[in-house]
Write a protein that binds this ligand. Sequence first.
Ligand code: ADP
Length: 258
Amino acid sequence: HLEEKVNIDSNDEFKEVAEAFNIMILKLDQVDTQRKDFVANVSHELRTPLTSIKILSESLISGEDFNVDVYKEFLTDIDSEVDRLNNIITDLLTLVDLDKEKLTLDLKITYMNFLLERIYLRLKPLAEKKSIDLELVLNEKIQLKVDNEKIQQAIINIIDNAIKYTQTGGKVKLKLYNEGKYAIIEIKDNGIGIPEENIQNIFERFYRVDKARSRDTGGTGLGLSIAWQIVSLHQGTIEVESKVGVGSTFYIKLPITT
Ligand code: ADP
């Protein structure tokens, strides 16, 4: 597109129009590049599990004299690749819905304390599986006007990561408090941490600091971009503090509107 830019050599009103035009072309060009990158990433992410499934099933078909254990092992691998495909597609559909639903949030007055308690009870078993001490601290009663289901998903995605990226026996602490005109949901872990140079990228679609680790834990690379989009739709932000080997703290900041 960029060759369609207008050359500006005047100093009058035409100059302003031409400059605005050039900025618009540049933005269109960026959107186009992002779209192409996204399609390329989706194709790659879907192809990886499909390739594994193909190799595993071909080996089963062509192999002779496999014993039952080998069949079971290969089929278990195929089964987990199918789960992976399913997770990616579910997350992609969520992103598509969020794009479409920009103006149709189902906003309702929500007692955030209850919401967090519900999330806590839901994720406790997941934490217990890794002997992670999941703690919930609720000091203040906070009401917000939010889309209950969506905010729940954003919070769950971040807690789910905190559990995923924290070693067995670690700790994840959830807190809810007021700070000026914002309600803060704080999710603090003492896990592997995020290198400083990667923090700015973690909300991008399909970005992972360590692809292998994310894959092993069933990650799709879309959880944080979904959370970011949901919180942005509520005019909120997500901030991160992290140190490798020490842990990470995510702050979901939501405006208090009455
Ligand atoms: P994934 O499905 O890979 O977890 P996300 O979008 O949820 O994708 O997160 C993107 C990346 O950010 C992860 O792959 C991981 O590298 C990093 N990350 C997110 N949360 C944490 C955390 N609590 N501790 C360490 N790394 C994290």
